[in-house]
Design a protein. Structure first.
Length: 307
């Protein structure tokens, strides 16, 4: 079983390593990577989420139990982190980065790993997971930035950040297509599928290129706090809630997988835009991406996951 998980995650690790290597050898100019990340975030990944949700056969999926498990476990960990903030002794901007490191997840790694584990059904499960977590996480993070960030957001600013988030919009659009029984036009369908598939390798290359291990060494204490919350507290909360809701099988594995993912590299962009600690955020992303290569299989094994 351990080998099965490692083999499913191996392509993800290789692509991340390739991204780091390509950046080091300067095969493309450094300006390429931020632009590629924007392309993935604003175009390719939304196409993947929308198409996956709009075309998924949800009758075979534990929609309610999976969505509630992900939402409740995320809110549980978020509440614990906010309540613990006075005892963490972190400056406001630092806490926003630790909070993101505790609850945010890397979409690219999650979708790729789910597809490696379960094939086409894995994409549908991943799309459903993103539909549940992406709005939840973004709402929570924007609210935390409004409270703890150096840039204070008005109510209108908070609503604007949420309304303009491309991942949130794509998920809601895909859910709407499902709810109203709409189908993606035959001319558009292969285009969106191709764009969505392109998001996975390019997104993982961008993750590797964005890793900054130098930043991690300067912030060991907050990086450690975020990593413990992400790889210990979040999986435990997911198992607890999932067991309570009766989630099992591939749905339970997917929930545990997504709640054990490292923090998304897009967290760095949000930290820069909304008054967080961007260098600390880069360090958290770098450390968690490396830890995840071992942590995810270990978490699965300790949880007694059976394939």
């Amino acid at each position: 079983m351990f080998l099965t998980i490692l083999l499913a995650l191996a392509p993800t690790a290789v692509l991340i390593a390739m991204g780091q290597y390509l950046r080091r050898i300067k095969l493309v100019q450094d300006v390429f990577w931020p632009q590629a990340e924007r392309l993935v975030y604003f175009v390719l990944l939304p196409c993947l989420f929308f198409h996956g949700l709009a075309t998924a056969h949800l009758d075979d999926l534990p929609v309610r139990a999976l969505a509630l498990t992900l939402v409740f476990s995320t809110m549980m960990v978020a509440a614990i982190m906010v309540l613990a903030s006075p005892w963490l002794r972190l400056a406001g901007p630092q806490f926003t980065s630790v909070f993101q490191g505790s609850v945010r997840f890397n979409n690219y790694i999650g979708v790729t790993a789910a597809m490696g584990l379960f094939g086409a059904q894995g994409v549908a499960l991943a799309a459903l997971s993103n539909a549940a977590i992406v709005p939840t996480v973004n709402i929570l993070c924007v609210l935390v930035f409004a409270r703890f960030g150096s840039v204070r957001l008005s109510v209108l600013g908070i609503l604007r950040q949420l309304a303009l988030n491309p991942l949130v919009d794509a998920c809601f659009a895909g859910i709407a297509f499902q709810a109203f029984g709409l189908s993606v036009p035959r001319v558009v369908d292969p285009v969106m599928r191709a764009l969505g598939q392109a998001s996975l390798p390019l997104g993982l290359l961008c993750v590797g290129a964005a890793l900054d291990f130098g930043a991690a060494r300067r912030w060991m204490r907050p990086v450690s706090i975020a990593s413990v919350a992400k790889f210990a507290l979040m999986p435990m909360a997911t198992l607890l809630v999932g067991s309570w809701l009766g989630l099992d099988g591939r749905g339970a594995i997917t929930a545990l997988l997504f709640q054990s993912l490292p923090t998304a590299s897009s967290s760095y962009i949000m930290a820069r835009q909304l008054g967080g600690d961007a260098p600390l955020m880069a360090g958290i992303v770098a450390v968690q991406t490396v830890i995840a290569a071992l942590a995810i299989p270990v978490i699965m094994v300790l949880a007694g996951v059976q394939f």
